[in-house]
Design a protein around this ligand. Structure first.
Ligand code: PMP
Length: 427
């Protein structure tokens, strides 16, 4: 154990999980690469857990942050804040939500917490529908709606939560069904649940593609079908776009757009990549929903002019350089290469993905059981080969997660795929 690792263990919580038997200390980054304390260079296919959306040390963002930090770093909530107004205008337009209002937070957890506050206040109910295997953050209320048992360390919750099927397609009672049958089964499950509920339900919260849960997507249109049912019951739809927003999924700017006629959600939450590593989260909702709170509410660090300057520079860069289109093109190539690699490896159950959000689910060839030990072995082998990836899934964490910065080049995609090919064949 390195001295820093020992000091980490001595002073930080056990549940603050680290990757790798010998954890890496990242000291700097550039483009799609990071370096560790020993000077070793890695190709980064996890974008610092999807926070580095565009590129490491992007000069446009670094400059904007330095300039704003050199002018004023100030509590931003009690005075007019130009970057806040400017970014809110742009996010409101991009969100697709009519008459949108935007509230900035310091994290995805706080964004979802705010969404729950709005939905429960608006509907005067603390009953929430959430998806099985979902992840929504680490506050008491976010943990209380998180369906992934590996990330929900308490059975207590300020909310009453009912869990719906629909995120995971490779396991569970609806595994193996085609798109239409799967959708019909999930809608029937939702109706069944609602038939058992007493009193009103405030909202359904869902990730369009489950992130921590292993990059699993429902069939396109599932949320449109859900929405018909929600509308009948007067239930709001919260789309947690913390991982899927800003073009990550290639075909769409937001994850909800894969569901076509669903229209935009009532409430949209975002975080992670928009600050390219700086801590911005936020909530978008119509004025009618956003303004339903009848007391003051501020977030001291939500909307710091420094993080928002990063957000503005980053958003400008990713739109000007069509990084959504890049995610679609380079992500498509990467998925193709990984499917080729999967065909040569015995442990791969499925390669799936949208844009630069790609999951490789591992299972034991003999029994089909989840193979978390294989996922750990591939993570270590990829690191040895100079590539950082993530892992996720349900309790068993048997899915490799690949989410590089959206500026990934074709050559880097080929290089990473070759390292993963070797790592997958090694198990
Ligand atoms: N929602 C989703 C879908 C997430 O993936 C995460 C973070 N992994 C969160 C919410 C919570 O965000 P944060 O860690 O910034 O609080």
């Amino acid at each position: 154990m390195t001295p820093l690792h020992a000091r980490h263990r001595a002073v930080l919580p056990d549940w603050l999980a680290l990757y790798y038997a010998d954890p890496i200390e990242i000291t700097h980054g550039e483009g799609r690469h990071v370096w560790d304390a020993s000077g070793r260079k890695y190709l980064d296919f996890f974008g610092g857990i999807l926070t580095t959306m565009t590129a490491h040390a992007l000069p446009e963002v670094t400059k904007a942050v330095a300039e704003q930090a050199g002018r004023i770093v100030h509590s931003s909530t009690l005075y007019l804040n130009r970057p806040m107004v400017e970014l809110a205008e742009r996010v409101a337009t991009l969100s697709g939500i009519p008459d949108a209002r935007v509230f900035f937070t310091a994290s995805g957890t706080e964004a979802n917490d705010t969404a729950l506050l709005l939905a429960t206040a608006h509907r005067r109910s603390n009953q929430i529908l959430a998806m099985r295997n979902s992840y929504h953050g680490r506050s008491f209320s976010a943990v209380g709606i998180t369906g992934n048992g590996g990330w929900s360390p308490t059975s207590l919750s300020p909310l009453q939560t009912l869990y719906v099927h629909g995120g995971v397609r490779t396991r569970g009672p609806f595994a193996g069904l085609g798109d239409a049958e799967f959708t019909a089964a999930c809608v029937a499950d939702l109706k069944d649940l609602l038939g058992q509920v007493r009193g009103g339900v405030a909202a359904l919260i869902a990730e369009p593609v489950q992130g921590v849960g292993g990059f699993t997507s429902p069939p396109d249109g599932l949320f449109a079908a859900f929405r018909d049912v929600l509308n009948e019951h007067g239930i709001l739809w919260i789309s947690d776009e913390v991982q899927t927003g800003w073009g990550r999924t290639g075909d769409n700017f937001w994850g909800w757009q894969a569901h076509g006629r669903s229209g935009p959600p009532d409430i949209l939450t975002f975080a992670k990549g928009i600050g390219n590593g700086m801590s911005i989260g936020g909530v978008v909702a119509s004025a009618e929903i956003m303004n339903c709170l009848d007391a003051n509410s501020i977030s001291t660090f939500g909307g710091s002019p420094v993080t928002l300057a990063a957000g503005l520079a980053n958003l400008t860069y990713l739109l000007d350089h069509d990084l959504q289109g890049n995610a679609r093109r380079v992500g498509g190539l990467l998925i193709e290469r990984l499917r080729g690699a999967a065909a040569r490896a015995s442990y791969v159950r499925e390669v799936r993905g949208r844009g630069l959000m790609i999951g490789v689910e591992l299972a034991r060839p003999s029994t089909g059981e989840a193979a978390p030990e294989a996922a750990t072995a591939v993570l270590e082998a990829a690191r040895e080969g100079g590539l950082l990836i993530g892992k996720g899934g349900g309790h068993d964490t048997s899915v490799l997660r690949i989410a590089p910065p959206l500026s990934l080049t074709v050559a880097e995609a080929e290089e990473g795929a070759a390292i993963l090919d070797t790592a997958l064949r090694g198990i």
